[in-house]
Design a binder for this molecule. Structure first.
Ligand SMILES: Nc1ncnc2c1ncn2[C@@H]1O[C@H](COP(=O)(O)OP(=O)(O)OP(=O)(O)O)[C@@H](O)[C@H]1O
Ligand SMILES: CC(C)(CO)[C@@H](O)C(=O)[O-]
Ligand code: BAL
Length: 281
């Protein structure tokens, strides 16, 4: 059976037998160009759910930069193979008009957590994410949905969306998968030259080192100042110490504190985040 589904009606039809049988449906939302980070999410879904759907959809609503949207890698054939190899039953890859009919008159906005960091640098980004995630949840009606901690703020936005709209979906967070140099895997990494990759890894390693040696109770401002000194010369969008679930600034580091950073290498925008004390991936 062809695992590739292009329409909402086709997805509903494919999932109907599982739904009628009361089977658990796992959804892994992606924008394609699948790598081992995505595969970890798919494998986690395979372990827990009876049916696994991977969506591949480059969502134009969440791009504030048309160049970034145009440059986003599109590799559907390889994605279908990778998704199935990692354990997916279905790959849902609609064309834009299938999910976003024109004109688009409905939008979902999560407040608070979206106003900082990525939300401040990429205006409208999280509205686009919240809108498409709501649509993906509506058309798939999954039991669980899997999101990577690499996009930590996005994970918090989705958790809030689900809680506040009382959506019957369990959100599962999957730890960040990194390359041997400590760089979080990202489809954007493939736009970096070997020199760019080394520089990206250097930044990821500085973040990791500082977070591993930081202690609960340390002053957040002093911690950030030391980190910034080591990051001198890096083209930073931001580096902040923040407290989930709203990512507010903190005075003293707590067990929940996170360092979140965004920076540019060779024009490619990268993000990362780490827990204090090195308690994460
Ligand atoms: N290295 C990773 N480890 C764990 N999860 C990841 C990793 N990279 C991406 N994901 C997760 O996979 C899902 C789909 O992400 P997406 O398709 O945007 O991939 P990406 O590689 O993050 O691309 P981008 O270049 O846009 O950052 C998201 O939940 C994201 O957090
Ligand atoms: C969750 C998502 C698939 C929504 O387009 C996207 O933001 C992503 O890939 O992280
Ligand atoms: N993984 C986050 C999607 C984006 O950068 O738009």
């Amino acid at each position: 059976m062809d695992p590739l589904i292009r329409t909402v009606a086709g997805l509903r039809e494919a999932l109907a037998p599982a739904r009628d049988a009361g089977a658990a449906i796992g959804l892994v939302p992606t924008m394609g160009a699948l790598h081992e980070g995505h595969e970890a999410l798919i494998r986690r879904a395979r372990e827990r759910d009876d049916v696994v759907v991977v969506s591949v959809f480059v969502n134009p609503l969440q791009f504030d930069d048309p160049t970034d949207l145009a440059a986003y890698p599109r590799t559907l054939e390889a994605d279908v193979r990778a998704a199935v190899d990692a354990g997916a039953d279905w790959v849902f890859a609609p064309v834009v008009e299938e999910l976003h009919p024109s004109p688009i008159l409905v939008s979902v906005r999560v407040g608070g957590v979206t106003e900082r960091l990525e939300g401040a640098v990429r205006p409208g980004h999280f509205d686009g994410v919240a809108t498409v995630v709501t649509k993906l949840f509506t058309v798939t009606a999954p039991t669980r949905a899997y999101f990577g901690e690499k996009d930590f703020q996005q994970l918090l936005v989705v958790r809030r969306l689900v809680a506040e709209l009382h959506l019957p979906v369990e959100v599962v967070a999957v730890e960040t998968v990194r390359d041997p140099g400590g760089l979080a895997l990202s489809s954007r990494n493939r736009r970096l030259s070997p020199v760019g990759l080394r520089e990206a890894r250097r930044v990821a390693q500085i973040l990791a080192r500082h977070c591993a040696s930081a202690r609960v109770g340390d002053a957040a401002a002093a911690f950030r100042t030391r980190l910034l000194a080591d990051l001198g010369g890096v083209d930073l969008d931001y580096v902040e110490v923040a407290e989930p679930p709203l990512l507010e600034p903190t005075r003293a580091l707590t067990p929940a504190s996170r360092v979140l950073a965004a920076w540019r290498v060779e024009g490619v925008r990268l993000i990362d985040n780490r827990a204090i004390g090195g308690a994460d991936g």
